[in-house]
Design a binder for this molecule. Structure first.
Ligand SMILES: [Zn+2]
Length: 375
């Protein structure tokens, strides 16, 4: 059942399922939060409960409806999401339906898929996906039709951030959804949604996933316990990020980060150029993960200085590597603060699709200059 695929979030999950049982669930809702907090699996679990043919505190998991929702093939479960143009067709005629097979298989494999991962899987270059006017018209049309199999219909709009001003088309529908219809808008950031829409919906802010649940979920995915704890600690409650970390782990992030700092400290231009090119080969999620991990290393250095080695929450092997690295351990709090600011800025720029190789090289030079001054 979809409910079992949600990592943590026990409180919000049971509250919302309870309101389905009590028949008090709002008919137009916005679920806000990073994809890694689990908005999509949560909404799919609600859809499964709403469409289940049995009465109960949650979906039965056995009936035909439950199984159809499980496979994302229920005729009354409609899902819209951003897409890109397709060979041989005009963009204005392309909707989610043209990508249903790809989307379904991606989400069935990982309901914590992010927008970037999705778009990268269907577009060759860094493209911008959006939800177009035809999609909005289709949504209106299909929700105004009779339900196929029961009394209820569910419309999910995944990454509603990409509706833009087309969202206006859906205003009336959201204000007065047809009988038995539930509309869920899932977005990373509510500020991207028209105020006219947000004001008509009940808004749920997804909290971050707690470390213990995240750790337990990683262990079921064959991550070793020590590693799972470390990944949960550095993922900031974002399970999508945790999964990327888990995949990257074999590259040994600690070694990568220490190597980078050494190149900066030596002001090794040739080496930094090569390093920036290598860094550019990672995808944007992976780059973000590497940089976030570096921020955690810097934070650990501060903990080490303020409290002592026991306060360093890295895995045993990474901690040993850090404690051997005198040049990092001797950074002052002010220096760490400056470097952290630069790294945070890099993350923002990479998210805005600035060429990562350039961002990396540029930041490396300024961190190198900072480190050179102290030598
Ligand atoms: Zn059922």
């Amino acid at each position: 059942m979809w409910r079992d695929s949600i990592v943590g979030q026990a409180e919000i999950v049971s509250a919302l399922h309870e309101s389905i049982t009590q028949d008090t669930l709002s008919h137009a809702m916005i679920i806000e939060g990073s994809s890694g907090y689990g908005g999509l699996p949560l909404v799919l679990s609600l859809a499964q409960h709403i469409l289940c043919s049995q009465d109960g505190a949650t979906s039965c998991g056995q009936c035909k409806s439950c199984q159809q929702v499980e496979g994302l093939i229920h005729p009354d479960l409609h899902i819209g999401y951003p897409v890109v143009r397709k060979e041989g067709k005009e963009r204005k005629n392309i909707t989610s339906k043209d990508y249903m097979t790809e989307w379904r298989s991606m989400i069935l494999e990982n309901p914590y898929t992010t927008y970037n991962e999705w778009i990268r899987s269907i577009a060759k270059k860094t493209a911008n996906g959006d939800i177009n006017v035809k999609e909005c018209n289709d949504i209106i049309q299909q929700l105004n039709m009779q339900a196929f199999s029961g009394a209820y219909k569910v419309q999910i709009i995944w990454i509603a951030d990409r509706l833009g001003s087309n969202g206006n088309k859906l205003l009336k529908l959201i204000e007065e959804p047809p009988e038995g219809t539930f509309i869920f808008l899932i977005c990373d950031n509510i500020d991207t949604i028209l105020k006219t829409i947000t004001s008509r919906c009940r808004v749920i802010n997804m909290p971050r996933v707690d470390e213990a649940s995240m750790s337990a979920a990683l262990i079921t995915q064959d991550v070793e316990e020590d590693q799972a704890k470390q990944i949960s600690f550095i993922s900031d409650g974002d399970f999508a990020q945790a999964l990327t970390y888990a995949q990257l782990e074999q590259n040994n992030l600690m070694e990568l980060c220490l190597q980078w700092m050494k190149l900066c400290a030596d002001f090794d231009l040739q080496g930094l150029r090569q390093w920036s090119t290598e860094f550019g080969k990672y995808n944007s999620e992976e780059q973000k993960v590497i940089l976030n991990y570096f921020l955690k290393i810097l934070q650990s250095v501060i903990y080490h200085q303020m409290i002592g080695p026991d306060a360093v929450k890295l895995s045993a092997s990474d901690k040993a590597m850090l404690l051997r690295n005198q040049s990092l351990l001797s950074l002052t709090v002010d220096e760490i603060d400056l470097i952290s600011q630069k790294v945070s800025r890099m993350i923002t720029m990479i998210q805005r699709y600035v060429t990562s190789r350039m961002v990396m090289f540029d930041a490396s030079l300024s961190i190198g200059t900072l480190l050179k001054k102290r030598a």
